[in-house]
Ligand binder design. Structure first.
Ligand code: SF4
Length: 317
């Protein structure tokens, strides 16, 4: 068969499903390539992770006998069959992005069921092991872990040990659930090679549990907590007031963490929320003007323009 692949979201982040489909088809002797308008295909896979707001759909190709669409951007009920889900991804599809880097899940699902998040509906309201590390890692220097809530899995200590034993740099891209931190799992996390660590503080009603975990980590982490190392995603524009947003941001800063504002439904967010994100997520502004009430977006706009050109400002999301 001749297989065409379309990454509808673009090529900025490797599409795991397409990499697995590619590996599975190549294993069967099929020809696999990125879809080309001038070719003719037996089957074309279109994969889309993000919704229409962030990733507009594209027309189905006409030069294919069959078109298969998948990914959360097309709905929550499409999953790869087990025999494809468990193959080692074909990293050659994204040579730049996967250079010495392996991507994958050790667990899927999350017991939390946060209302703004699709994980529980898509993957189930339990965190379960779905793979051993060796299934998709074969000695690469970096591991990008996509698990939504590794610490909620009953096997997480064993899985953390696999990450420790790999000796690779591990990026927990979805963050770790700080409410589930214990002295035991912090001791294991201390032995994982980490460039950075991420947590989240989304709901005010979870404040006590979040702060317990963040304080425990601060006490037991072998690496000093500072803005270069430990980031806490802070959800705004969902169900918190501006006072509650600022309370979380200032508290995190006082603890030594790096608050990072994430805007729910950004296209419809009020200007004040966008300003809050601009202020907090730009390290230079956040340091230079520690009080949001004194932050003047106009005053900073000109400086940002110049500084962005010379790469001094970080992104805002
Ligand atoms: S804890 Fe994280 S992964 Fe789990 S439901 Fe909430 S936002 Fe989603």
């Amino acid at each position: 068969m001749k297989i065409g692949l379309i990454d509808v979201d673009g090529h900025n982040f490797p599409n795991l499903a397409l990499m697995k489909l590619s590996a599975w088809h190549k294993d069967r002797g099929d020809v696999v390539e990125w879809w080309d308008g001038f070719g003719q295909y037996d089957r074309v896979y279109m994969s889309k992770v993000f919704d229409e707001t962030y990733s507009p759909d594209m027309p189905e190709p006409l030069n294919a006998a069959e078109v298969v669409k998948g990914g959360t951007g097309y709905g929550l009920d499409n999953k790869l069959p087990d025999e494809i889900e468990h193959v080692c991804p074909d990293y050659s599809l994204y040579p730049e992005l996967t250079k010495d880097t392996a991507y994958g899940f050790l667990t899927r699902g999350c017991p939390r069921g946060c209302h703004f998040c699709i994980v529980a509906e898509k993957e189930g309201r339990r965190s379960c092991r779905v793979a051993e590390l060796s299934e998709w890692w074969s000695g690469q220097k970096n591991i990008v872990l996509l698990d939504p809530n590794l610490l909620a899995c009953s096997e997480h200590m064993r899985l953390l040990q696999q990450l420790i034993d790999s000796g690779a740099y591990v990026d927990f891209t979805q963050g770790l659930d700080c409410r589930l931190l214990t002295p035991e799992n912090i001791a294991a996390i201390n032995r994982v090679k980490l460039k950075q660590i991420h947590f989240a503080w989304d709901y005010m009603k979870e404040s006590a549990a979040v702060l317990r975990g963040l304080n425990l980590y601060r006490e037991l982490a072998t690496r000093k907590i500072n803005a270069m190392y430990a980031t806490v995603y802070t959800l705004v524009n969902y169900d918190t007031t501006m006072d509650e947003n600022l309370y979380r941001i200032y508290t995190l800063r006082d603890l030594g963490y790096d608050p990072y504002v994430m805007i729910y439904d950004k296209p419809h967010a009020p200007q004040e929320i966008r300003d809050l994100q601009r202020w907090c997520n730009n390290r230079l502004i956040f340091k230079a003007e520690p009080d949001f009430s004194k932050y003047s977006p106009k005053k900073w706009a000109a400086k940002e323009e110049v500084s962005e050109q010379i790469g001094l400002f970080g992104g805002t999301e």
